[in-house]
Design a protein around this ligand. Structure first.
Ligand code: ES4
Ligand code: ZN
Length: 324
C-alpha cells in the first residue's frame, strides 16, 4: 500500500514553501548568510518542534524564515521541495508563500518571487512538473499592510495564480480582508483562505461569501455546521486538508479521530496535503500513509483523494481531462 501511494500521481494544493525548509538547509543558510540561530545543531532545531497549537508553531516558523536572504536561498528551498515532489509522484503543486515575512525584514518582494519562480520553471523544463504560486497575506497584520503587499506584488502578477490568507486565525476573521480580496479578484487572481482550522465554521462562511474563495484551506471545523457541510457538498467547494498538520498542532487529538474520510464519504471534495512538511514530520506521502495506518484508508479512497487533488486544482479544464 505504501508503494502504491508513492507511485500514485498526485497534486499538492496546500504547502507553505517556507514550511518546507528542513533544519539541515536552515543551518546551511544561516552559515552562508551569517545569521544567528537560537540553536546549536540540526538536532536541537528538530527537538524544538513540539507544538501545542497554531501559534506555538508560527512563532518558531517565522524565526526559521530569517535565514532566507537572497534569491538563491529562495531557489534552493523551493528546489529541495520540488525534488521531493519528484520522488513522491507529485506531478502538480500549488505553493503558498508569505511575502510579508520577508519584506518586513527588508527583503524585496521581487527577490522572493524570482527565486521561487526560477525553481518552478526549472522543475517544469527538467521533469515536466507543473505548478502555481499563491501569495498569502498574514492575517495577524493589518488589512492596509495586506493591500500594500498586493500592490508590491502586482508587477509580478504573471507569476501568480492567486492570493490566500494564513497565519493566526483566531481573532482575525476573513471579513477583515474583504477589500484586499476584492482588489485581487479584480486583478484576475483566484482566491483561497485558511478557515476552520482553529477558527469557527463562521469563518468558512465569511471566506466563501466575502472573499469569494475557490477553495477552503483546512476547513475541518465545517463539521460543526450541518448547513455548511451541505453547501460544501452541493457546490463541490474543495477543502485542502492537512492531516499531519492537524495532529501536530493539536487540532485533532489523534489521527484515528480525523474527519477527512468521513467528509469524503459524505461527498465533500476533500484533498490531502502536507502544509509545513519540514515542521510536521512528513511530505505528501506521509499524509496519505497516516490515513492508511490510523483510519484504515483503502486503496480506492487513496485514489479518490488523488483524483480530488486534480479536480480541486487550478489547472485548466482541458489539462484536468488529461490527469483523469
Ligand atoms: C500555517 Cl498550519 C498553518 N496555519 C496557518 N498559517 C500557516 N502558515 C504556515 N502554516
Ligand atoms: Zn496552511
Amino acid at each position: 500500500m505504501h508503494s502504491f501511494i508513492n507511485n500514485l500521481p498526485k497534486a499538492e494544493l496546500h504547502i507553505h514553501i517556507e514550511g518546507s525548509l528542513e533544519p539541515e538547509l536552515m543551518f546551511q543558510l544561516a552559515q552562508r548568510n551569517q545569521i544567528e540561530l537560537p540553536f546549536n545543531s540540526v538536532e536541537e532545531i528538530r527537538s524544538a518542534y513540539n507544538f501545542s497549537n497554531l501559534q506555538t508553531f508560527l512563532d518558531i516558523y517565522y524565526q526559521g524564515a530569517n535565514v532566507l536572504q537572497h534569491e538563491q536561498d529562495f531557489y534552493d528551498m523551493t528546489m529541495a521541495y520540488l525534488l521531493r515532489c519528484k520522488e513522491e509522484s507529485v506531478i502538480h503543486s500549488e505553493l503558498f508563500f508569505d511575502p510579508q515575512t520577508h519584506t518586513d525584514r527588508g527583503i524585496e518582494i521581487g527577490t522572493v518571487i524570482s527565486g521561487i519562480d526560477r525553481a518552478l520553471q526549472d522543475a517544469k523544463t527538467q521533469w515536466g512538473m507543473s505548478s502555481g504560486l499563491i501569495l498569502c497575506f498574514l492575517r495577524h497584520l493589518s488589512a492596509d499592510a495586506a493591500m500594500d503587499t498586493l500592490e508590491q506584488a502586482l508587477p509580478y502578477k504573471d507569476k501568480l495564480i492567486g492570493v490566500g490568507l494564513d497565519s493566526s486565525e483566531l481573532g482575525h476573521p476573513p471579513e477583515k480582508f474583504t477589500a484586499v480580496f476584492e482588489r485581487a479578484l479584480a486583478e484576475g487572481l483566484l482566491t483561497v483562505a485558511h478557515a476552520g482550522e482553529e477558527g469557527p465554521a463562521d469563518y468558512i462562511w465569511q471566506a466563501l461569501d466575502l472573499l469569494k474563495v475557490s477553495r477552503i484551506d483546512h476547513g475541518v471545523r465545517c463539521i460543526e455546521d450541518e448547513t455548511l457541510v451541505q453547501r460544501l457538498i452541493d457546490e463541490q467547494i474543495p477543502l485542502t486538508v492537512c492531516p499531519q498538520s492537524n495532529l501536530k498542532l493539536c487540532v485533532v487529538d489523534a489521527m484515528s479521530q480525523h474527519n477527512i474520510l468521513q467528509l469524503m464519504d459524505r461527498g465533500v471534495l476533500v484533498t490531502t496535503n502536507s502544509d509545513d512538511p519540514a515542521y510536521f514530520g512528513g511530505y505528501l506521502n506521509k499524509n496519505y500513509t497516516a490515513l492508511v495506518d490510523s483510519l484504515d484508508m483503502t486503496s480506492e479512497q487513496a485514489v479518490q483523494l488523488a483524483r480530488n487533488s486534480f479536480a480541486a486544482s487550478f489547472v485548466s479544464d482541458d489539462i484536468k481531462a488529461d490527469f483523469n
